[in-house]
Write a protein that binds this ligand. Structure first.
Ligand SMILES: [Zn+2]
Length: 241
């Protein structure tokens, strides 16, 4: 069995979700030498376009494009995701096997019910994975940090921080373009509402907007419930005036 331990694990409902919301951040972390993994909760069997087998092959190509070391699939039911005991047990197993320090989850509010449920299910499983006497096999492990990918959300929530993905934006786009069955000719996807523009152009515009918030070309926004710690105010970036 290949080494499954990672430093950073992105968990999301559907293949292609993490590419859309945090692909640039994953590629950047991998380039920095961290071990990065993706855990897709479902296989996309209920998707309107394509089928599970096609999306599986696309997901593998996208993982290679991003440069991540590991891509797992929990095999939970697409469009019927539940935060129930069997699903939590399955995720706890996978979190204990991969032992990430940082986990990226979908934002707790979303258009697609699977996105909302993946967020809650992922957070609960991160906590439960740290309880030594909980459920299935595997040594207890609780991720240190949980981040929520905030991209495309229209809720009045300010990002806790934005990752500068100027250096990996084209890598993110290359990974997204692996999902031709989903996205070629599409005008919307996931949490991205249509404006009439081509989807790839829409992602570029949105990423440029998030980048502008930190005075960079492209960015990906995140939310944390916790306050971010700063040790030296002289090192703070982003010009105020
Ligand atoms: Zn999705």
């Amino acid at each position: 069995m290949p080494e499954q331990r990672v430093d950073l694990l992105a968990i999301a409902a559907h293949r292609d979700d993490v590419e859309l919301t945090c692909g640039g951040t994953l590629a950047k972390a991998a380039q920095a030498g961290h071990r990065v993994g993706i855990l897709d909760l479902t296989q996309g069997e209920s998707g309107t376009r394509g089928d599970a087998a096609t999306r599986g092959a696309e997901a593998e190509r996208a993982a290679k494009a991003l440069g991540v070391q590991l891509r797992l699939n929990a095999g939970l039911p697409d469009a019927h995701l539940q935060n129930d005991e069997p699903s939590r047990v399955r995720l706890v197993e996978l979190i204990r096997a991969t032992r990430p320090r940082v986990v990226i989850l979908p934002y707790p509010v979303g258009r697609h019910p699977d996105h909302r449920i993946a967020s809650e299910l992922g957070r609960d499983a991160c906590y439960l994975a740290g309880l030594a006497k909980y459920g299935p096999a595997g040594e207890a492990h609780r991720p240190f940090k949980v981040l929520y990918a905030l991209a495309y959300r229209e809720d009045p929530v300010k990002p806790s921080f934005v990752v500068d993905i100027s250096g990996t934006f084209e890598t993110k786009m290359a990974a997204i373009r692996c999902y031709a069955s989903q996205f070629d000719g599409a005008k919307a996807a996931g949490e991205i509402h249509p404006t009439g523009q081509d989807l790839y152009q829409l992602i570029r515009v949105q990423s440029a907007h998030y980048g502008s918030l930190i005075r960079r070309a492209y960015g990906e926004p995140f939310f944390t419930h916790e306050t971010i710690e700063v040790q030296d105010v002289l090192q703070l970036g982003v010009q105020s005036l």
